[in-house]
Design a protein. Sequence first.
Length: 321
Amino acid sequence: MRVPGERTYCGRPIGAPLSVAAGPLLNGRWCLYYASLGFDVVTYKTVRSGERPCFPLSNLQPVQAPTMEGGEQNLQAVETFAGSWAISFGMPSKSPVTWRDDVAETRRQLPPEKLLSVSVVGTNEPGWSLEQLADDYALCARQAAESGADSIEINLSCPNVATCDSQLYQLPHDAALIARRVRQAIGPVPLVAKIGHFQETALLPAVVDNLAAHVDAIATTNCVAATVVDAAGRGQFDNQPRGIGGRAILEASLRQTEIIANHATLHSLPLRVIGVGGIFTADDLRRYLAAGAEAVQLATAVMIDPEVGLRIRAELGVSAG
């Protein structure tokens, strides 16, 4: 089955609705590598306005995870990857002096038909107000746009970071303030808001309504949080929840994509949805498109199988370009 019609990402034409999510692409070399492997949009890993170290090992812990609904506790850590893992990086970043030059060089080397998105996050310093955090998001976004990003993605959800800035997507007015400040900073550059999983789907419409005035698209879902234990039942990651990515979150992410897309259509909101979560095959991609997604992002699958994009394009009947 082919994917009919022209495909876009935030309204910009692309060959296939395939992109790489923020996470796997640590620098420009990784962006260029995956752009050569069937992905028309590559997302530069989340950057900050200042340097931030990575969390200590382990950063990727395979887990035995069923189909997740949110709120799961004590997933079993396993030795062999079986489709899902706990992710614990903490949104590290190089300094802007480093990443800005790398973003500019990456855009210069990317083929013109490929799009470079840059994921940004504000750094919530002790004692800061929401307005100061929003200004930091805006500063980082403006730096990314000035460095050549074709689109900006604001990360409003990182389940690995136990601070208020990791739950902004659940606070409609706070999320909207950040989106508005970023929009003012970057002008017409397409803007995507990456959100996390909602256990209470009744909360979604307020978030969508508040973001729709400022962003071009919402990307969902950035992991589903859960706690992890080892074989002896000992809590991992200091007993703190971590984001679970991979096959286990496919169904929950699909449902959230459909809810947002249907709400946007029902209320005539000029908002697109980018599907994220559990995508490994062409059939998974088709399900997201049927749910109302404009395009999809892959993360876990591309780390496990770098050629997954080429295989999906072949199944869709779309050349690799």
